[in-house]
Design a protein around this ligand. Structure first.
Ligand code: GUN
Ligand code: FE
Length: 454
């Protein structure tokens, strides 16, 4: 007979911290969090005194219990709603140029190297590992136009165990000779890529963690015909969509010269069937009021990429206004427009951006943590599956330790779990990420010095 205890694979005992609303972080002290063999949160009991733990375990063997000490806590994994896998190869370089010149000078030549599948495997292994190690348990990846390299990226993400949306990038105009497709090959390869991911998922005997995402690079690099074909593919396969929107003033001007029949840049995507509740638009720095309203009306999500927007001097997005309109917002690292693959850095840049915009409406710590977790889950339309520790959701999490050897966080006697958590958000880094879990399983990081116990 199947009992509750026999379905449980892990139990955490200690402090659990998650976001329960835009304004509220819940600190669960002496929590018992039960994870089942589907990787789901089966039960959560709060305030369990030490002497009540055994009786609350309901027969779960004590070797399945991970007891946290006073410097450790468990938080939901971070969600990176916008990152370019091939661009990790020049992460930290090329901050001298604005967007369109940056693309021509640095990005396109580097991305063209991914025509070589072996090169892609080597480089993508590092991109994905770096993202995971930084606590990103779910990511929305842009690859390149190259089908074989896109397949490699999917294989690597699957091997490393991250939850992901993966996009084969589409580009059939205003692109260099060495990084461009025909309309026909772009559509054909996108279809082949979608079928490939479905095949990979069908081989796995757990819930599919990897979803293909329709990825027109941006309107500038796709003809109207290609955009329309991609809109149809998204509908045919019921897939999410990602692109770039209103990042830079020259980009907007060029886009409107290419699509004079659309009312504004946001409408270009809407007019081609690419703006709906599964759409993720990165940046949205220079949005007209009616464009934000259109995003809301379509229930499309925004990836706020503050680090990138500072680096490429694109501007500062008005996240407070987006939130006041109840538009879905998550955080994106936008490597390598952004110089860091860490959502912690994205969170810090988001705070700086909000302060620089208006000191009276800065984003609060609770709001920033929400954007990094639940906000990202909403943008991916996965908020009934991930984002926090509600019972029934899947367990994607980071076991944080503020007192590891070499910790960038220093802990003092006066610190509480609340101040340790805030220090982690603003001072911590991947050294503090002691263990990372996706769908209940601990992720083994290649090249990592993290010792896996299970
Ligand atoms: N717009 C079109 N392509 C890109 C890209 O690779 N990075 C950024 N930041 N913006 C883009
Ligand atoms: Fe980007």
């Amino acid at each position: 007979m199947k009992t509750f205890a026999s379905s449980i694979t892990k139990v955490f005992y200690g402090t659990l911290i998650h976001s329960v609303s835009l304004k509220q972080i819940e600190y669960i002290k002496q929590g018992l969090l039960f994870i089942d063999n589907q990787g789901k949160i089966a039960r959560l009991v709060k305030n369990v005194a030490q002497d009540k733990v055994e009786s609350t375990l309901e027969g779960v063997e004590s070797d399945k219990v991970i007891r946290l000490n006073e410097d450790q806590f468990v938080i939901p994994g971070f969600i990176d709603t916008h990152i370019h896998a091939p661009q990790y190869t020049f992460c930290g370089n090329g901050h001298d140029l604005p967007l369109l010149e940056w693309l021509d000078t640095y990005t396109f030549p580097r991305e063209s190297k991914f025509a070589d599948r072996d090169y892609a495997r080597k480089l993508y292994t590092k991109s994905v590992a770096r993202s995971l190690r930084n606590g990103t348990t779910s990511a929305c990846w842009f690859a390149t136009i190259h089908l074989d390299a896109c397949k490699e990226l999917v294989d690597i993400i699957q091997e490393q165990g991250q939850r992901a949306y993966v996009g084969k990038v589409n580009m059939n105009q205003n692109s260099p000779d060495f990084l461009v497709e025909t309309t026909e090959s772009s559509v054909k390869d996108t279809r082949a890529f979608i079928e490939y991911v479905k095949g990979v998922n069908s081989k796995l005997n757990h819930n599919p963690l990897i979803t293909p995402i329709i990825t027109p690079r941006f309107a500038i690099s796709c003809t109207s015909e290609l955009l329309a074909e991609l809109g149809k593919l998204a509908q045919e396969y019921d897939l999410p969509i990602q692109s770039h929107l209103c990042e830079n003033l020259n980009e907007i001007g060029f886009t409107m010269s290419l699509f004079p029949d659309s009312a504004n840049y946001t409408s270009v995507y809407a007019d081609h069937g690419l703006l709906n509740d599964r759409t993720i638009m990165a940046h949205c720095v220079h949005m007209k009021e009616e464009e934000l309203d259109l995003m809301k009306q379509k229930n499309a999500g925004i990836s706020h990429c503050a680090n990138s927007n500072f680096n490429l001097k694109s501007g500062m997005a008005d996240v407070r206004k987006m939130l006041s309109k109840d538009i879905k917002v998550g955080l994106g690292t936008d490597v390598a427009g952004g110089y860091s693959p860490s959502i912690l850095e994205a969170l810090r840049a988001s705070r700086s951006c909000s302060v620089a915009r208006n000191v009276d409406t800065t984003l609060l710590v609770a709001e920033l943590f929400y954007l990094a977790t639940v906000g990202g889950a909403r943008v991916m339309e996965l908020d009934d599956i991930i984002g926090n520790f509600e019972v029934g959701k899947e367990f994607d999490a980071i076991l944080v330790n503020t007192a590891v050897d070499n910790s960038p966080v220093d802990v003092f006697d006066h610190d509480t779990i609340e101040t340790k958590f805030e220090k982690y958000l603003f001072v911590g880094d991947d050294r503090n990420n002691e263990k990372i879990f996706v769908q209940g399983k601990e992720v083994r990081l290649p090249g990592s010095n993290v010792v896996s116990h299970k």
